[in-house]
Unconditional design. Sequence first.
Length: 406
Amino acid sequence: MDRPRSANTHNVAQLILLLAGLTAIAPLAIDAYLPAMPLMASEFAVSIHDIELSLSLFLAGFAVGQLTGGPLSDHFGRRRVIFVGLTLFCIASMGIVLSHTLYGLWIWRVIQAIGGGMAIVNSSAVIRDISSGRDSARYLSHMAIIMMIAPLIAPLIGTLCLYLAGWHSIFIVLFVYALLIGLLLHRLLPETRQISTHKTSALRRYIEVLSHRKALAYLAAQSFTYGGLFSFITASPSVYMVYFGVSASVYPFLFGINVVMMIVVNRINVRLLLFYDPPCLLRLGQIIQVITGVLMLMYILISPDPSLSMIVFGIMIFIGSQALIVSNAIASTVEFFPRSSATATAVLGSFGFLSGAASGLLVSSLGDGSLWPMITVMTGCAVSGLTLKTLILRSCRNNPQIKNGC
């Protein structure tokens, strides 16, 4: 049985580094196998769209893992749920390596996602356990900067593994990485959950979060920004490599430019948090996304032959602004739930990944070989997120009878 240990006795920077390493499992599991999709489709003798479906299944499974892991973590502690989740992730990674059918790939991919979601949901919860307000947002931004190295290098790792040892080696690398992170966390991560004599059921915790009006506003903001992000991730291979004819060796660098931009904006966000509150910076990020999305739509409307450089630049600004939205949405939300921070994080993450799964499926179904499906869905997500958040917060201010979260 894990004994609670005080986070004050541990170096905060070391803790952030460990939690970033844990959270990086998600982008590694999502992005590393993207370059291998055509080869996997050939080996399984199926359409590449069937392999792409494994990404949407992963996102849905990840949402389930977060919804499960959040309340379990608030009830049993952060450490226990992290280790159960990482164990499932490792088992499923080897299951994928040994899969010989498409259905086997799908099943193990869902199990891998559930385990990853259960473990990763605790990262933000631990940050909330040891901090609050602007400090929490700064820690989350610092963690995000480190974590973003993962999507930057993931396609490169996948390409390297693919050429050296085949697509199976990608999931072996994921297994080894998760195992190492688990061993480090077991040795160095303290139990940070606040001990409470009052035990609240998982259902009651979810009702508490979902009935909080301001929390719903920030939930809408994060969910739709994830939708825009995964619209790009789903469509980027076909847009860059098919529409623009970019080679597979160049694609990881065009993908990585967006991650570099997110790292830069994260550093800016950390600085701005010294002067502005998280909700203010969240709104700034949303406004940037909406303006950028609308401008890209106008550009492809008036341009008969859109240039790669203009699209890459627009997407770089759009995706970069995620750094202003995600960490500030999390910090703004979990501030309301000091004793249910993992549940609040689970709701944020799961709705975000479900939105990503839905937008990815929408982009795939609308795919016509042009730029329109990707850019339209990205812009629609940005507009919807800002509009919903604004309407919900306005209803709080205008209705004095609504007290919860207002």
